[in-house]
Design a protein around this ligand. Structure first.
Ligand SMILES: Nc1ncnc2c1ncn2[C@@H]1O[C@H](COP(=O)(O)OP(=O)(O)OP(=O)(O)O)[C@@H](O)[C@H]1O
Length: 542
């Protein structure tokens, strides 16, 4: 949506209309939801704000409310400068359009969670999405209705306690106690406990809401491009319900989680270092959450087909404080039943990565990975992988193989990084003398280069990673070997892979299938990147 103008808007809307027409005639490939896994995944599309309408923004996400299908259209620019619209469809449990009301969402999604927790179960509601997508707005309305429901409609003698805290990286702060740090620990029964958190008893809906409102004033916010008062931490409200009628019953728990918003790559251009660090932490915890949700659906899928294989599914919930707090959702060996609802504005998945990173034309992710996770996709025999890719019109065998090796490259890189081996040429591992040389004297494979770029429309394609000197691709004996990796003089030219913004804010991907040949004269400077294995992306070194 970054380069919308009246012209691109017209092009975009034309492509969306063509998609709608085609969709009525043909059966579209739609990503199917995971089998019933105690989790409802829903999306809410907020209306465009006046500012967005004035800036020629148009909706990119369309709801087919009767069938729960979301159609997503993304405007992009190809290497040759031409505009393209990539469209894909996702099947959700429910989808709510811009005109939807919070009470509809409450009735469908949250109302069943309240009696479940009242009866001693664990219920969790997440709001997930980009900054400014309406998470806080939605959670705030749903919290109000949940409070009325708890104190107005439920029967039985119960005591209700509430804790409200925020998570920033791995630090948990109590929003009811001047942001004092609290510890998240597992007790001897394997349950997560909040050590040091205040948890006052509340006796009415008003008391509960007053407590939540007061705590939200302590939540860390900062302006982002999309939201003047963006929440930069995950906020968790945990309501504990003690059954006074039956003493042996476990306490019921209702978690309402307003996740920190992810930011679109273009929105963080002007962030200072501390904000970049914050963005990286948010990406990291959201990635772990995503891996856990994916692991949970894989577990359910395996459990239905082959329970022995389900035992081998690894869900990394201990890798972040957020998922440790929500251990009950992800620990498949736990003995507490839980119901989970996710309200999302962007159904992100491996498919989204395939759609944006598989080259041109993009490989149809619903055909390539109808149910697989990234690692399962790596394990497919190459023949099967390639034949699935070839089902996308316009994809060649060479293109499919290149994408297969890219996926493996990422997998191997993440393995190396998690074993503690530094990736690439991290700044601290470099020879100090080497750093004192001008960058063009020490060009090598894997070096990141900023190209000279005067056209702002091409700025997003001006970062590259050196792969090899152009002559490495020549026929043997076609020229005299030059000095060093790329020879000498201003004529040196290198084959480079484009370094593109990942859909995750602040993150980059090296796309080895999109190559350019550039000469030393076109290079402006070197820049440093660090590989982050959790998000499987590169970040600028701070
Ligand atoms: N369904 C809706 N109807 C009308 N206005 C909405 C709706 N959802 C959100 N808004 C408005 O959009 C703006 C951004 O919403 P909100 O602060 O909830 O976003 P957010 O996803 O929580 O953002 P962040 O992650 O940055 O905290 C607010 O002004 C809010 O009032």
């Amino acid at each position: 949506m970054d380069f919308f103008s009246p012209q691109t808007q017209k092009f975009f809307l034309g492509q969306v209309a063509a998609f709608d027409k085609a969709k009525q005639k043909t059966k579209q490939a739609v990503e199917q939801p995971a089998p019933n896994s105690g989790t409802a995944i829903c999306a809410r599309i907020r209306p465009l704000s006046e500012e967005e309408r004035n800036n020629h923004h148009v909706p990119a996400l369309y709801a087919r409310t009767e069938s729960g299908i979301a159609d997503i259209h993304e405007l992009s620019q190809k290497v040759n400068g031409r505009l393209a619209v990539n469209s894909s469809s996702f099947q959700l449990d429910r989808i709510y359009g811009p005109q939807s009301r919070s009470d509809e969402i409450y009735k469908d999604l949250v109302a069943p969670l309240v009696p479940w927790a009242w009866a001693g179960g664990i219920s969790t509601l997440f709001a997930y999405g980009q900054t400014g997508s309406g998470k806080t707005f939605t959670i705030d309305h749903l919290e109000r209705m949940a409070a009325e429901h708890l104190f107005g409609e439920m029967d039985g003698n119960r005591e209700v306690y509430a804790a409200v805290f925020e998570l920033e990286g791995n630090i948990a702060s109590d929003l009811l106690n001047d942001r004092r740090t609290i510890s998240v620990m597992e007790d001897s029964f394997g349950e997560s406990q909040l050590v040091g958190a205040l948890e006052p008893q509340v006796k009415s809906a008003e008391e509960l809401l007053d407590l939540i409102d007061r705590s939200m004033k302590f939540r860390k916010t900062a302006p982002t491009l999309k939201n003047d008062s963006s929440s930069r931490t995950h906020a968790v409200c945990r309501i504990r319900i003690v059954n006074k009628d039956v003493s042996e019953t476990a306490d019921g728990l209702l978690f309402l989680v307003d996740l920190a918003g992810s930011e679109a790559a273009a929105d963080i251009k002007h962030h200072a270092q501390d904000r970049m660090k914050e963005t990286k932490e948010i990406n990291k915890s959201l990635s772990i959450l995503k891996d856990c949700i994916r692991g949970r659906s894989t577990w359910y899928a395996q459990q239905n087909q082959d329970p022995a294989r389900a035992k081998q599914v690894y869900i990394p919930y201990r890798n972040s404080t957020l998922t440790k707090v929500l251990k009950h959702v992800f620990d498949m060996n736990g003995n507490r039943h839980c119901e989970t609802a996710v309200v999302s504005c962007t159904p992100a998945a491996l498919k989204a990565w395939i759609d944006t990173s598989s080259g041109d034309p993009p490989i149809n992710s619903s055909i390539l990975a109808p149910t697989e996770s990234g690692i399962q996709l790596c394990r497919l025999p190459i023949g099967e992988f390639v034949s699935r890719c070839l089902k996308t019109p316009g994809v060649s065998e060479q293109h499919a193989r290149a994408f297969y090796y890219k996926l493996w490259g990422l997998h191997i890189d993440s393995g190396k990084a998690s074993s503690g081996k530094p990736q690439g040429d991290a700044p601290e591992t470099r020879e100090p003398e080497a750093r004192s040389l001008p960058f063009h004297e020490r060009i090598r494979a894997g070096m990141f280069i900023q190209m000279k770029c005067t056209d702002p429309d091409k700025e997003h394609m001006s970062k590259v990673m050196i792969m090899a000197p152009e002559r490495a691709f020549d026929r043997p004996g076609s020229g005299e070997p030059e000095e060093g990796i790329g020879g000498s003089g201003n004529s040196r030219r290198y084959v480079c892979a484009l370094v593109l913004h990942s859909p995750m804010a602040g993150a980059y991907e090296v796309d080895v299938t999109r190559q350019v040949v550039i000469g030393i004269d076109e290079m402006e400077k070197e820049f440093l990147m660090e590989y982050e294995p959790v998000t499987r992306c590169y970040y600028m070194t701070i």
